[in-house]
Ligand binder design. Structure first.
Ligand SMILES: Cc1cc2nc3c(=O)[nH]c(=O)nc-3n(C[C@H](O)[C@H](O)[C@H](O)COP(=O)(O)OP(=O)(O)OC[C@H]3O[C@@H](n4cnc5c(N)ncnc54)[C@H](O)[C@@H]3O)c2cc1C
Length: 455
């Protein structure tokens, strides 16, 4: 090669970050790596429920890309299109200007977004939990409901404000309900007027068990822990309608509530549909080397990619952080091999090592290497794993966990929630773009994205 090959990576999450890291570590003399990402951090999403509950500081789940990838050129921006013929990526930079960047090899790792179902009111009146702004909004919203309940004269209103409905019991919904129960319990202790007042956490789940995508033993443990803490599990039930004052369930019951958390799963980022690449279930279809068929210079990884599952039970690898992290490392090797570097291409093969579900307090459900664990043992494995896998901020997160164990929780709002703001951020082209009602310095409402400025 006479020039340094240009590798562009779209998306700096689990997959993109790891791809850049491996390319930098092994081939920085031969390869010029550019990473395009809307934020300057890699978000460690598995700890978002802990951000909601005020256990982990929001900044600590955001790992600085500049600090972690000193040899990568970081382009702050959002990709809007791809010209595969010209080998160019189009993007909008952080100040709204349209730009493009050329590549010799491209890695697409844009991840996924919250899946919103066509259910009346669900997009308007529920909270999501996929990004940092959503976690912070949800946290503020929960605190606000408890504060308003404390001064409510009407017992019906108080009851509705202290009712929290989680729709969907995959790991996001189950963890959110579990840590949420303990969070609201600690919040209530601050208000004498709420002493002895019951709080309801209701989990609405289409399947007949929690965590249907994981081994049954994990779901059973989660069910036991949540029920013991008083959660109401509405299994085999769906939501027919979401409204500002509650949810209508498929069994006809209307549950008065001011908080609906929507965690019915994720779907690949819709920007993929504009790329003109082959897809399967919305994900970019790749071969076992993670290359896109018909485009040997384009690769895909993480939640955005349908990669054949050579080692597991599925047709393609499921959308998990565990796969995405390994996809990132594997795709870096294969991209380097396509440029005549390294030890040659290798098919992607990884058997999931098990799942970890944090249930708050000293409770968790886990099955590392197929061994079912619960209670303190599962909790230690869960905490240890996240601290080990996090690409940065480990000491900060460990300190947060330690402080949380010995100090009372800080329960103040950050002032993000105004009026009836309910951000569920889902850049679905068929849905109106979500607006985060927050105040600009002039006191006007600003558009989506501005809440990040408060971090
Ligand atoms: C609350 C929660 C808990 C979870 N817990 C677990 C767990 O315990 N275990 C587990 O294995 N998995 C867990 N997951 C799933 C895991 O986080 C994802 O599978 C993983 O993040 C996927 O990695 P990725 O690199 O494909 O995408 P992401 O990590 O989502 O990264 C995608 C990146 O692309 C960027 N991007 C998006 N669109 C564009 C664009 N147009 N232009 C440029 N950049 C773009 C995004 O900003 C982001 O930085 C959890 C997820 C959530 C939400």
């Amino acid at each position: 090669m006479t020039h340094r090959a240009r590798v562009v990576i779209i998306g700096g999450g689990f997959a993109g970050y790891n791809a850049a890291r491996v390319l930098n570590r092994k081939h920085r003399r031969e390869i010029d790596v550019t990473l395009l990402n809307p934020t300057d951090f890699m978000l460690y999403q598995p700890l978002l429920p802990d951000v909601v509950a005020g256990i982990v500081h929001p900044r600590h789940v955001a790992v600085s890309l500049a600090a972690a990838l000193p040899y990568t050129r970081l382009l702050p921006g959002t990709v809007t299109g791809l010209d595969a013929g010209q080998r160019e990526v189009r993007y909008v930079d952080s100040e709204g200007r349209s730009r493009q960047v050329g590549y010799d090899r491209l890695i697409v790792s844009v991840g996924a977004v919250s899946k919103v179902l066509p259910i009346e009111g669900s997009e308007t009146y529920s909270h999501g939990l996929k990004g940092l702004p959503e976690a912070l909004y949800l946290r503020d919203h929960i605190i606000r409901q408890v504060e308003l309940a404390a001064v409510a004269d009407d017992p019906e209103e108080r009851r509705a404000r202290l009712t929290f409905v989680v729709v969907g019991a995959g790991y996001t919904g189950t963890e959110t309900a579990a840590v949420g129960q303990l969070f609201t319990r600690s919040l209530l202790r601050k208000y004498r007027s709420l002493a002895g007042v019951p709080v309801r956490w209701i989990v609405v789940q289409y399947d007949d068990r929690l965590l249907p995508e994981l081994r049954p033993s994990l779901g059973r443990t989660a069910e036991r822990v949540l029920r013991k803490r008083g959660a109401e599990l509405r299994l085999g039930t769906t939501v027919r309608k979401a409204a500002p004052d509650g949810v209508l369930l498929s069994d006809g019951e209307f549950v008065p509530a001011r908080t609906i958390v929507w965690t019915t799963g994720v779907r690949p980022d819709p920007v993929i549909d504009t790329f003109g690449l082959p897809t399967a279930g919305g994900r970019i279809q790749t071969d076992e080397y993670m290359a896109v068929s018909g485009h040997p210079e384009i690769y895909a990884a993480g939640d955005a990619a349908a990669v054949p599952d050579l080692a597991g039970p599925d047709e393609v690898t499921p959308m998990t952080g565990q796969h995405a992290e390994r996809h990132g490392k594997a795709v870096a090797r294969n991209v380097a091999a396509s440029l005549g570097l390294g030890r040659g291409a290798k098919p992607y093969r990884h058997r999931l090592l098990g799942f970890l579900v944090d249930l708050g307090g000293w409770q968790a459900a886990a099955d590392p290497l197929g061994v079912p664990l619960s209670g303190v043992a599962a909790k230690l494995v869960t905490r240890g794993y996240h601290l080990y896998v996090m690409p940065g901020n480990r000491i900060r997160v460990a300190a947060d966990l330690l402080l949380n164990a010995v100090l009372p929780r800080q329960v103040v709002q950050l002032g993000l929630v105004r009026g009836d703001a309910v951000p569920l951020d889902s850049p679905d082209p068929e849905l109106p773009r979500r607006v985060y009602p927050t105040r600009s310095p002039q006191g006007e409402h600003a558009e989506a994205g501005t809440p990040l400025s408060v971090l």
